[in-house]
Design a protein around this ligand. Structure first.
Ligand code: S3P
Length: 265
């Protein structure tokens, strides 16, 4: 019994040490962020995460608790990303743009980089209705779908520090744009009609272009929407021929610049 008490005491000491080190680690993460920002350095450095992973695997090679320790470190890294995201963005990031502009892809990548929760509006609507978007259009009509979008946007306003990936038509309603701006900064992703065509040509869940999947039609619809897209946007990012990482770097840089500009005004 005495032995057990001693072991428990030792375990508690370990927990105290872990706690102290973890808190220190978190403040260092914040300091690194501040340093990068101050020195205008790239905020996102995925190669650093890779280096860390290789180092850890090397340290734990052949150890009987290798799997368990790696799982703990994964969680630590995940939480560091959350800390970074909270420090960078005290608001929601709302991605808008034409079909195929990259809204879903970029929100997934932001999730990977910052572990931010993503609300993919189309996916959530389809899940709740138990139907594909194209079926919702066919059975209930576009107006019904647009109302679902508006209601969902209102509901999301309770959330903070999330990425909202809108449907291509979401910013067309003025009331939707108002909702987006309540808690969020609006990021417009753009691409040329040719690029859009290449990206959407093999998918069949976009009822508005399904019967007209060609560059000319995409160009026309894009032109009709341009003014509303641009009016809604806080920042614009051209996604043509850029990697996901490059797009996210540009997004972070432009949002930080926007914060600074607004702080001055
Ligand atoms: C639409 C875009 C689609 C989807 C629906 C309507 C639009 O979303 O919401 O088909 O009006 O542009 P994606 O932009 O994600 O394809």
């Amino acid at each position: 019994m005495e032995q057990l008490m001693k072991l428990r005491e030792q375990l508690k000491q370990c927990d105290e040490e872990i706690l102290e080190v973890l808190l220190r680690r978190n403040s260092i993460v914040e300091e690194i962020m501040a340093y990068k920002e101050k020195n205008h350095m790239q905020i996102i450095q995925p190669e650093q995460e890779k280096k860390q992973r290789i180092w850890l695997e090397e340290q734990l090679k052949g150890h009987k608790h290798q799997k368990e320790v790696i799982a703990v470190f994964k969680e630590i890294i995940r939480n560091s990303k959350k800390i970074q995201a909270r420090k960078l963005f005290s608001y929601n990031i709302v991605l808008i743009g034409f079909m195929g502009a990259g809204k879903t892809t970029i929100s997934d990548y932001l999730n990977l980089l910052f572990d931010m929760e993503v609300v993919e509006m189309d996916q959530l609507i389809a899940k709740r209705e138990g139907m594909e978007i194209s079926d919702i259009f066919e059975v209930y009509g576009e107006e019904y779908f647009r109302n679902l979008e508006t209601n969902l946007l209102k509901e999301i306003q309770q959330k903070k520090n999330v990425v909202i990936s809108c449907g291509g038509g979401t910013p067309l309603r003025e009331c939707n744009v108002k909702e987006m701006k309540k808690q969020g900064k609006v990021v417009l992703l753009t691409a040329t009609p040719q690029t859009i065509f290449e990206r959407v040509k093999d998918s069949h869940n976009r009822p508005l272009i399904e019967q007209n999947k060609n560059v000319e039609f995409i160009k026309e619809l894009m032109e009709k929407r341009r003014e509303k897209y641009e009016a809604a946007a806080d920042i614009v990012i051209d996604t043509n021929h850029k990697s996901e990482l490059a797009i996210c770097e540009e997004l972070v840089t432009k949002l930080l610049e926007l914060d600074k500009r607004r702080a001055i005004v």
